[in-house]
Design a binder for this molecule. Structure first.
Ligand code: NOJ
Length: 534
């Protein structure tokens, strides 16, 4: 890895789900002007980049992940002028902008698809994956949609099926068509020229399907027909690698641009194949976000993911996103924040780029919805086995005012009932709050090279419940000690680090700068201790 300080490598990336961050025009849905109003909040939090979930025109069947125009802003969020202002004002605060590119599929209302389904000889027909029935009423193969039902939708006017991995309103593009490829590279250029700093590629390893559209083997157990298949032919085809090289070389022709990919149905070993100097800068892995409350599991997942990145790539970590129940809901049953501080300390000190999801810094919990309130197509289809993803998408809780200060009108999803206590304003005023803990740790991280760029070393066999590792550069070492338990635990500085003299960098109980004179000490429940030596 280069020694240059790169924003995407050493910084923190904050995901905004735009419908839910801040509503400036009181229509109940967040917008870009709202984000502009909150830029100082984000600068003060100390983040380096915002990743926006899709803000393009969309009929919102999948809330923006069904794009009807790749080169514009949806009216509900603003327009290109506001977006340009946002880039400018964000850059003035050293905040970079990352857009979500959803290029595997479009909305069925995208003009390309509307043309495509007009006739078999329409110039756009081959921009999507169309096939004749195998026999009357028999789709071209056994592929299923991950959102439920067959992956093929029949269009009687053409007597053909088109393929969709997600909703039927999200037809998959035919990336084997050079015109699709060229148009998509132009989409990158359009946003790069506007000053966008990076992209998150939605399910990029699905762009190519096997060219003969072979049946997937049905050989697994699973609730959904989709899960009972081994997805050999509908995802992760080798053609993706040269395409990534082309995308990367386009990005590298601009200054310090970044591309991170969401790898679908891929474990860490597989995801890493798409990361490197001639492909993505980074990719996501769910191993860490799926850990139980178990320090050893976290350590194992970090070790595994980290080792795959040595020496040329740089890992990243996320605990939350718009598809996953929030970590506060996964790990905590009540309104306590002690565990969340331990988790934040881990997340902000591990070697790699931490991704935060709006509201994570105040410990927002998922909302609970009745069936009639569900909006997400996944929840609508799979209720009650899977209640969908609305829970983690509720509006940001800013203060105690109506609708948590998010909007004056009825909000698109309900506000969490805990907002009177749990909101940005309350937590800003409380020195012991989770929000102030995030700010403290982010500041420490920014000012210590060991924390933002150091190597990571775990010590073996410390304790079941205590996670301990050291971050190291030639300038300094920082030891991170995290008690994952609600009980006190004895701790001993591991043998290999005894000869160094340590002092407190961060503690909830001791003053910073205090020397550690005895290598054996007791950790309070959920204690977080950072030691430093120079
Ligand atoms: C992955 C996105 O994260 C998810 O929210 C979306 O529904 C699907 N891709 C389809 O675009």
């Amino acid at each position: 890895m280069t020694d240059k300080k790169l924003w995407w490598q050493h910084g923190i990336i904050y995901q905004i789900y735009p419908r839910s961050f801040m509503d400036s025009n009181n229509d109940g849905i967040g917008d870009l002007e709202g984000v502009l109003q909150k830029l100082d909040y984000l600068a003060d939090l100390g983040i380096d980049a915002i990743w926006f979930s899709p803000i393009y025109p969309s009929p919102d069947v999948d809330f923006g992940y069904d794009v009807a125009d790749y080169c514009d802003i949806d009216k509900k969020f603003g327009d290109l002028d506001i977006f340009d202002r946002l880039i400018k004002e964000a850059h003035q605060r050293d905040i970079h902008i990352i857009l979500d590119l959803v290029l595997n599929h479009t909305s069925d209302l995208h003009p390309w698809f509307k043309e495509s389904k007009k006739s078999k000889d329409n110039p756009y027909h081959d921009w999507y994956i169309w096939r004749d029935p195998l026999a009357e009423g028999v789709p071209p193969n056994n592929w299923r949609s991950v959102f439920g039902g067959p992956g093929w939708e029949y269009v009687p006017e053409l007597d053909q099926y088109y393929y969709h991995m997600f909703c039927k309103e999200q037809p998959d593009l035919n990336w084997r068509n050079p015109k699709v490829r060229e148009s998509m590279l132009n989409v990158f250029k359009f946003w790069l020229e506007r000053g966008v700093d990076g992209f998150r590629l939605d399910v990029f390893n699905m762009y190519f399907k096997h060219e003969n559209l072979l049946d997937n083997p049905v050989n697994r157990r699973g609730l959904r027909a989709f899960d009972r298949q081994t997805h050999l032919y509908d995802v992760s085809q080798p053609e993706m690698i040269p395409l990534l090289a082309e995308i990367r070389s386009l990005l590298d022709s601009y200054n310090e641009r970044y591309v991170v990919g969401e790898t679908f149905l891929a474990d860490a070993q597989h995801a890493i194949q798409y990361i490197g100097p001639d492909r993505l800068h980074a990719g996501f892995d769910y191993g860490y976000a799926h850990c139980k409350w178990d320090s050893n599991q976290f350590a194992d997942e970090i070790r595994k993911w980290d080792a795959l990145h040595v020496p040329t790539a740089w890992p990243n970590y996320f605990l939350n996103n718009h598809d996953t129940p929030r970590s506060a809901t996964r790990y905590v049953k009540n309104e306590e924040d002690a565990r969340l501080k331990v988790l934040a300390a881990l997340h902000l000190t591990v070697r790699g780029t931490p991704f935060l999801y709006y509201g994570e810094e105040i410990g927002m919990r998922d909302i609970k919805l009745k069936r009639s309130q569900i909006l997400d197509p996944v929840g609508k289809r799979y209720w009650p086995f899977n209640k969908g993803r609305d829970g983690c998408r509720s509006p940001m809780q800013w203060d105690q005012q109506v609708n948590a200060g998010f909007s004056q009108s009825t909000t698109w999803l309900p506000i969490h009932p805990n907002y009177m206590q749990r909101n940005v304003k309350n937590q800003s005023e409380n020195p012991d709050s989770l929000l102030n803990f995030y700010k403290t740790l982010i500041r420490l991280r920014r000012s210590h090279p060991a924390l933002y760029k150091g190597s990571i070393h775990f010590s073996e066999g410390i304790s079941e419940k205590v996670l301990n590792f050291v971050r190291l550069t030639s300038e300094e070492q920082v030891m991170i000690i995290l008690n994952f338990d609600s009980k006190s635990h004895d701790f001993e500085i591991p043998g290999e680090y005894r000869s160094t003299s340590w002092e407190v960098l961060y503690s909830q109980h001791q003053c910073s700068g205090e020397k550690i004179t005895n290598p054996k000490f007791s950790l309070a429940p959920y204690e977080i201790l950072l030691l430093i030596t120079k």
